[in-house]
Design a protein around this ligand. Structure first.
Ligand code: PEP
Length: 248
């Protein structure tokens, strides 16, 4: 059985005041809460990890460089993220694939770098609106998974986030039937490739998850949680999503 996870991606948002609120979020969790990971900007990682030390909330980076160190101005190594106390890192978010021209092989290398640093990689895949309209979504996503997920992935070192690009930050959400279709396919692919480990890998849905639609999305058997952007910036929006996941 895959572990439930509510992950928040602050993107290029947040400040020390928002980090202070994490201690309150952590303190509000019951013992049966799902795993919670917040991914703030890199400048806030150390403070966030400190605010959440020994609590129900874990911290993750939003990207890492595949190389361990070197002349890569502005980039961050997975080991640097781990050193802050973070446990996870997002790799292959569509805003990195599109805005920074990251390819599947780049993302595969980043996932391996994350593992080498002891981090769990939250690996994102998803189709564009044009690809969805071309109704080739399942093939495109399966190909992305195949090409960006390294072979020795386990339920411990990897989380997969399916995020249709057209649903990110737009308020548009696939139908429950579409979410079930993609997640069932991803589970079948993971199991075919990785056996028991594939059956246990946490599969997230991401794209305009809100308190109002979370419970419906979590009805899908192979949705084990959510990667949440905008709604993770407000504890009053993120908490009901965590609660809906716990109740699913
Ligand atoms: C995201 O950026 O991963 C995301 C899902 O954003 P939002 O929830 O704002 O659509």
């Amino acid at each position: 059985m895959a572990r439930k996870l509510a992950a928040g991606n602050w993107k290029m948002n947040g400040d020390l005041a928002l980090v202070d609120g994490l201690a309150t979020l952590a303190g509000n969790q019951s013992t049966d809460a799902p795993q919670i990971v917040i991914c703030p900007p890199h400048t806030l990682l150390a403070q966030a990890a400190k605010a959440c030390e020994n609590s129900a909330v874990e911290i993750g980076g939003q990207d890492c460089r595949a190389e361990a160190k070197g002349a890569y101005t502005g980039d961050i190594a997975a080991s640097m993220i781990a050193e802050t106390g973070a446990t996870h890192v997002i790799v292959g978010h569509s805003e990195r694939r599109d805005g920074h021209h990251e390819t599947n092989p780049d993302i595969r290398a980043k996932a391996q770098a994350a593992w080498a640093a002891g981090l769990t990689a939250i690996l994102c895949i998803g189709e564009s609106e044009a690809e969805r309209e071309g109704s080739d979504t399942l093939t495109i996503i399966a190909d992305q998974l195949q090409a960006s997920l390294p072979d020795n992935a386990t339920a411990e070192n990897t989380v997969i986030a399916y995020e249709p690009i057209w649903a990110i930050g737009t308020g548009k959400v696939p139908t429950l039937a579409q979410i079930i279709e993609t997640h069932d396919m991803l589970r079948a692919e993971l199991t075919a490739r990785l056996g028991d480990e594939g059956a246990k890998i946490t599969l997230l849905y991401g794209g305009s998850v809100k308190p109002t639609n979370a419970a419906e999305i979590f009805q899908a058997e192979n949705v084990n949680g959510a990667l949440v952007g905008g709604a993770s910036l407000k504890p009053t929006d993120f908490q009901p999503i965590i609660d809906a996941l716990a109740a699913s």
